[in-house]
Design a protein around this ligand. Structure first.
Ligand code: MN
Length: 508
């Protein structure tokens, strides 16, 4: 079982005998369930499951999620009964496998507006973050093997990856998955642009890599001289898709992209980060306006690091990223790094305010366990991170656009997702009533609303809708809004229509 050993080797903590037994059981079960199936590549289908499990182990997930990863296609593609999974592996693993199966049923229709609600819906539907993480790993392996898929399907899958899965990985702070998903999808969605970016990067890379190696050595020397010895350096090359996005904003001028390659300095503590910054600035002149303190002001997805761009002295300009080991782990693995191997989210570890959005997920985070109220409330006196982001936006338009994108992608803290009987999604504020829903569909429907069914049961109009409710509106020609509706409506749009309708009535 070569791939079994590979999975085990990737585990971040030595597994207990129980963990080993669980993963091994899931491994054998999946191997048997999919034994007659093949992938488009001609390889055994089972390989897809071991590869998915390897990705999960690599990003630090534990035995339960890995086992669910091995079993994630068994219900949908191998006709295994849910009861069998429950009997063999218990309720928690069944819950994860069924979650992934449900997500797989959502289909992409290619309309931008739809993508946005789909993205939100994805999160709303995945009642457990682990479901999303398994789905992201599943998608990553499918992207790695996309060349074997029929040509007509390739672009659709890649586009879906670029518009839904990669942004989700980014929002969860799992840069490692986000980067690879983007770069794998890029050539299928924008083939010409991909070639252009690749050429530009190749040329520039040759130029820059020499400078970079020299600078890295000078940095180590300079910091050592200043008494900062406990450092680790590294460098990163910007992802192709991320470079493409930047080039679009810079009119394809690669010379004005300063973070094509960046030197990373990783130190033990936050205080060390500022000492390193001070030392570097005392040796090299920084570019004005390019110092970004994402430690004091983390990005909305939780990213922390200090970025500065310096004149290296030999005619080149280079970005340096300074962070602690903990920040580095967070930057690569995001929300996953807070679960830990034991798969319990450690709240005390979320000291960073900007990660507090994770707490929005709390009711959804852990299976079969309700967290106490104190833990799940976001301290309201705290300035929300997106507000702080807003305050620090400079005049640059591109930064603004990025911010708007973040906000658009911001998860459903105060939103609920309601379905029409046909399965369309309507996005409303929490505590919305059937009146809001009716007006969100069409003002005529609102104006002639006479009753509502929630999940097939007739309800009164003051019912507070809940995430995932299926709502059917009953209309009558003779029905009209009343003044009381104004108190029941939550959305501005509904209130506006009701006021107009009431005004008309008075006039008549
Ligand atoms: Mn799969």
């Amino acid at each position: 079982m070569a791939s079994f050993d590979e999975i085990i080797k990737l585990l971040k903590e030595p597994p207990s005998i129980k963990d080993l037994a669980l993963i091994s059981k899931a491994y054998k079960f999946a191997e048997e369930a999919h034994k007659d199936q093949k992938r488009f590549s001609g390889e055994p289908y089972f390989l897809h499951l071991t590869e998915t499990a390897k990705i999960l182990a690599e990003i630090g997930k534990g035995p339960i999620t890995i086992s669910a990863g091995l079993l994630h296609d068994s219900i949908e593609d191998a006709n295994v009964l849910p009861e069998t999974i429950k009997k063999e592996f218990g309720e928690e693993i069944l819950f994860l496998v069924e979650g992934v199966t449900k997500l797989g049923k959502l289909r992409y229709r290619g309309v931008e507006r739809y993508v946005e609600s789909l993205r939100k819906l994805f999160v709303a539907m995945s009642q457990d973050l682990r479901v999303l993480i398994i789905k992201l790993s599943d998608r990553l392996h499918n992207m790695r093997t996309l060349q074997y898929v029929r040509k007509e399907k390739q672009k659709r899958i890649a586009q879906e990856t670029l518009e839904i899965y990669a942004p989700l990985a980014y929002r969860l702070g799992i840069r490692k998955l986000n980067r690879e998903l983007e770069d794998l999808a890029f050539p299928y969605v924008y083939p010409e642009e991909y070639e252009k970016v690749k050429e530009l990067l190749k040329k520039k890379h040759r130029e820059t890599i020499g400078h970079l190696e020299k600078l890295r050595k000078s940095i180590i020397k300079g910091l050592t001289k200043a008494g900062i010895r406990d450092i680790r350096t590294d460098y990163r090359v910007k992802g192709l898709y991320s470079l493409y996005q930047k080039l679009l904003r810079k009119n394809w001028d690669i010379d004005s992209v300063y973070d094509l390659l960046a030197v990373r300095v990783i130190v033990p503590t936050m205080e060390d980060c500022y000492r390193v910054l001070g030392t570097i600035h005392s040796i090299w002149r920084p570019l004005p306006g390019r110092i970004k303190d994402y430690i004091a002001f983390p990005k909305p997805n939780g990213y922390r690091s200090i970025h500065t761009t310096i004149f290296t002295g030999d005619g080149s300009i280079m970005e340096i990223q300074i962070r602690s080991e903990e920040m580095h782990k967070e930057a690569e693995y995001g929300v996953v790094s807070h679960f830990g191997y034991k798969e319990k989210l450690d709240l005390k570890k979320i000291t960073n305010d900007s990660m507090s959005w994770i707490k929005q997920f709390l009711p959804l985070l852990s299976f079969g366990e309700r967290l106490n109220k104190e833990n799940s409330t976001i301290v309201s006196g705290d300035v929300p991170s997106w507000l702080r982001e807003l305050a620090k936006i400079e005049s640059g338009k591109s930064q603004h656009e990025e911010f708007i994108k973040e906000i658009k992608a911001d998860f459903f803290k105060t939103r609920i997702f309601i379905f029409t009987p046909k399965g369309d999604v309507v996005d409303l504020p929490s505590d919305s009533s059937p009146i809001d829903f009716a007006y969100a569909i069409h003002s005529d429907i609102g104006n002639h609303l006479s009753g509502a069914k929630v999940n097939s049961k007739l309800v009164s109009l003051d019912t507070k809708l809940k995430n995932g409710d299926i709502v059917e509106i009953v209309t009558k020609d003779s029905a009209k809004p009343t003044a009381k509706w104004l108190d029941l409506a939550k959305t501005t749009m509904a209130k506006k229509h009701i006021k107009t309708a009431l005004g008309d009535k008075i006039k008549n």
